[in-house]
Design a binder for this molecule. Structure first.
Ligand code: PRE
Length: 361
């Protein structure tokens, strides 16, 4: 068979599959519209977005995937299908630390897909405020980075805010050298956020030892800047490259390849169990010997695993601290409930910040 004939045959098969896919995706979208009607009839208008259900759908398609596409790719495709289906039910507005093109913007797209309205904010307090006021239903904020540690500003904002944690997003931070030029040799100046310059220090020393390094307020700002400047490159991620139409001169130039940032989704919704969940609590204890030990004992007694503990000054009394605990399991699960009851007895301040699905993507 000639190549053209073989290609034609395969393309006919692809066309037929696409027609079926379109029919099935449309059928799925019609189901989502009906789901919205059922929710509205039950008065559950505000909770059209269901994080626990989305996590279950994504986990199921990954478990059932037989290839050749990777589990990650299949989940990403279904992420976008669900995002489009949800957009038929309601238009979500998501606040995040802007400008567009930041890694937080990347986290929003990864978690919610592309069918939401974006509300880039100038500061983390603005993100909390937008969600508290109801202008945005959800917000996405950075909470910790595997090399830089906690984002203490975010933790402090939780102490004052009534908002809940509705989800988590893990984003592998890959820094790329972006430019309008084709060759690294053409680059005389490199713009990026101070942290990104530091995280690519070794690569820059070896590959662009003579380039001037200029710190800007964000990597996205750097990408926007170089789009119009000769001899310049920015260090930024995929989202910024796409947004500003820049070429990837070199990919993954970070010195530590497994640099990951964890983001939290904040909102007003209490999320039911998804089957694989986490709970974040905020507690404080009086400052006396053995207080922290006593505080954590109920977790051990109920075989509940703590994955993280962070302390922050309480800002009410000098040398008194509040603790943020991440524990495995949903706050409604029997053993977690029992552990939290014990914890509550040992603490002055006790708040469940949220129980939410473990990150899937
Ligand atoms: O199952 C629901 O509650 C739906 O609204 C449907 C659906 C989906 O497309 O699968 C859409 C949005 C929700 O966030 C969860 C799932």
């Amino acid at each position: 068979m000639s190549e053209a004939k073989e290609l034609n045959g395969l393309r006919e098969r692809i066309d037929a599959v696409d027609a079926q896919l379109l029919e099935l995706i449309s059928e799925r979208a019609r189901c989502a519209e009906e789901v919205a009607q059922v929710k509205r009839a039950a008065g559950a208008d505000s909770d059209l977005y269901r994080p626990e259900r989305e996590a279950q759908v994504l986990r199921r398609v990954q478990a059932e995937n037989k290839g050749p596409l990777s589990d990650e790719t299949v989940a990403r495709l279904f992420r976008e299908i669900m995002s489009a289906c949800l957009a038929l039910e309601a238009q979500l507005r998501i606040a995040f630390l802007g400008p567009e093109g930041t890694y937080t913007h990347g986290a929003v797209l990864k978690h919610f897909g592309r069918d939401t309205a974006l509300a880039p904010m100038n500061s983390l307090p603005d993100v909390f405020r937008e969600v508290e006021s109801g202008s945005c239903q959800y917000g996405v904020v950075p909470i910790e980075n595997s090399t830089e540690g906690m984002v203490s500003h975010t933790l402090d904002l939780f102490v004052q805010s009534p908002l809940k944690v509705c989800g988590e997003v893990l984003v592998r931070i890959h820094h790329h050298l972006l430019s309008t030029h084709d060759e690294v040799e053409q680059i005389k100046r490199v713009y990026a956020h101070q942290q990104a310059l530091a995280q690519c220090r070794r690569w820059l020393d070896v590959n662009l030892p003579k380039a001037e390094l200029i710190a800007l307020s964000s990597n996205a700002e750097a990408a926007r800047h170089v789009a119009g400047e000769d001899g310049a490159a920015a260090i930024a991620g995929d989202t910024a490259a796409e947004l500003y139409g820049l070429k990837m001169l070199r990919r993954n130039i970070e010195d530590h390849p497994d640099n990951t940032t964890r983001f939290l989704v904040i909102g007003t919704q209490a999320v039911p169990p998804s089957g694989e969940d986490k709970t974040t609590v905020l507690v404080s204890t009086p400052n006396r010997p053995g207080a922290l030990h006593r505080l954590l004992t109920p977790l051990a007694l109920n075989s509940v695993s703590m994955t993280r503990i962070e302390s922050r000054p309480s800002r009410c009394v000098n040398w008194e601290y509040v603790y943020f605990l991440d524990i495995e399991g949903h706050a409604d699960a029997a053993e977690v409930k029992a552990a939290l009851a014990g914890l509550r007895q040992e603490s002055d301040l006790f708040r469940i910040l949220g129980a939410y699905p473990r990150a899937v993507l």
